[in-house]
Design a protein around this ligand. Structure first.
Ligand code: SF4
Ligand code: SF4
Length: 330
C-alpha cells in the first residue's frame, strides 16, 4: 500500500474518533456527527482542521486533536451489551455504483472479529437482475432489521435487538439450534463450527465484538458495536478504498464514509435508495443506492482474484431471489 493511501486511511479513522472532554461539546453535540465526535478537551492543538457537518447543513472546522480518542480500551459486558447507545439509530448505506469487489471490507471484518477464513459476515455477491442487464457487485452485511425474524424465532432469547437498532447474538446463551439462521431471509448468519482462535483466548467475551466466539453457536455482523462505543466507524467502512459504505445515525439524518458526509434523507431521495427485499416487512437498517452510472466495469472485480474466488462467481445469478422477488413485484 502506498504511503499516501495509508495516510488517507489513517485520517479517515481519526476523523470520527471520540474523547471525553467538554471543550467543544456544545458545537459537536449539535453537529451531524454528534455520535462520533465527542471532544477531547485535554488535547493540544495540532493545527490541522477537520470539517464536520451540522444537522442544519452548516460546515464547521474543528481541530483534529479535539476529536482524538485517548482511551482505546473499551469493553462492554454481556449485560451491558444489551443496552444500545442512547439516542442513536444506526444505519448503513451501500453505493452499488462504486463497488468493484475489492474485498477489503470482507478482509477487515474477518481480521477485526477473528473469523475463520471461510466465515464472511460481509459477503460480496455478484447479482444480475435480468439477462439483458449487466451484473453488479452487491456487498451484504447483516441488515439489522427493525422487524428481525431471527430474534422472534430464537427460543432462548440469545439474539436480541437494541434501542440503537443493532441486532446482536449472545454466544454464552446461544444453544446452537440454528432457528435464527433459517429465519433470516438474507442468509446473514453463520454457524461457528470451529473452536475460537487461540489468539483470542484471553480476551473477555462481549456480544459487541463477538469474540472469542464459542464453538457450536451462531455468529454474524455486529455493525462493529465495539467500534461505535469508541466513536469510530465500522471496520468495513474504513477499509473500503472506494468509499462504497456509508454509516450513520438516522436520528441525525447523516451518514459518512469517513471522507464524505451526507444528509441521509437527501441521498436516499436523490439516488433512489432502496432496501433489499423490502416487501418481506423486515425493515432493514441497510439501504442500497442502485448500480447506475457505475464507476467500474464489473470485470474489474475479478482482477487478481484467486481461483477459489473466481469459481464462486462463475454463475452470475448468484442471488436468484433478487430477480424472482422483483418480478413478483411487477
Ligand atoms: S442458534 Fe442461538 S441465536 Fe440462533 S435461534 Fe438458536 S439459540 Fe437463538
Ligand atoms: S459492520 Fe463490522 S461486523 Fe458488520 S460487516 Fe462491517 S466490519 Fe463486519
Amino acid at each position: 500500500m502506498s504511503k499516501d493511501k495509508e495516510k488517507s486511511k489513517a485520517s479517515r479513522r481519526q476523523f470520527l474518533k471520540t474523547g471525553a472532554g467538554a471543550g467543544i461539546a456544545s458545537v459537536i453535540a449539535g453537529s451531524g456527527l454528534g455520535l462520533f465526535a465527542a471532544p477531547n478537551s485535554n488535547a493540544k492543538s495540532s493545527g490541522k482542521k477537520i470539517k464536520v457537518l451540522t444537522t442544519d447543513g452548516k460546515t464547521l472546522e474543528v481541530d483534529e486533536t479535539l476529536l482524538s480518542n485517548p482511551d482505546k480500551d473499551y469493553y462492554v459486558s454481556r449485560e451491558g451489551a444489551h443496552q444500545g447507545i442512547p439516542g442513536k439509530k444506526f444505519i448503513m448505506v451501500i453505493d452499488l455504483a462504486k463497488c468493484k469487489n475489492a474485498r477489503k471490507c470482507v478482509e477487515a471484518c474477518q481480521e477485526g472479529h477473528h473469523l475463520a477464513s471461510d466465515h464472511e459476515w460481509m459477503k460480496v455477491y455478484l447479482l444480475q437482475d435480468a439477462d439483458q442487464e449487466a451484473p453488479y457487485w452487491f456487498p451484504r452485511p447483516c441488515f439489522h432489521c427493525d422487524n428481525p425474524m431471527c430474534v422472534s424465532v430464537c427460543p432462548v432469547g440469545a439474539t436480541y435487538k437494541r434501542t440503537d437498532g443493532i441486532v446482536l447474538v449472545d454466544n454464552e446463551r446461544c444453544i446452537g439450534c440454528k432457528f435464527c439462521m433459517t429465519g433470516c431471509p438474507y442468509s446473514a448468519r453463520q454457524f461457528n463450527w470451529y473452536k475460537p482462535k487461540s489468539s483470542t483466548e484471553n480476551i473477555p467475551y462481549s456480544p459487541e465484538n463477538a469474540y472469542p466466539a464459542r464453538e457450536g453457536t451462531v455468529g454474524k455482523c455486529v455493525f462493529c458495536a465495539d467500534k461505535l462505543r469508541l466513536g469510530e466507524l465500522p471496520r468495513c467502512v474504513t477499509a473500503c478504498p472506494m468509499g462504497v459504505l456509508y454509516f450513520g445515525d438516522l436520528t441525525e439524518d447523516t451518514v459518512t464514509n469517513g471522507e464524505e458526509t451526507l444528509r441521509f434523507s437527501e441521498l436516499i431521495r436523490d439516488r433512489a435508495g432502496y432496501r433489499h427485499l423490502e416487501m418481506l416487512g423486515t425493515e432493514p437498517s441497510v439501504y442500497y443506492l442502485p448500480p447506475v452510472e457505475r464507476q467500474f466495469p464489473v470485470e474489474r472485480g475479478l482482477e487478481g482474484a484467486d481461483e477459489a474466488i473466481r469459481e464462486r462467481y462463475k454463475h452470475t445469478k448468484t442471488y436468484e431471489v433478487t430477480k424472482q422477488t422483483r418480478k413478483s413485484d411487477e
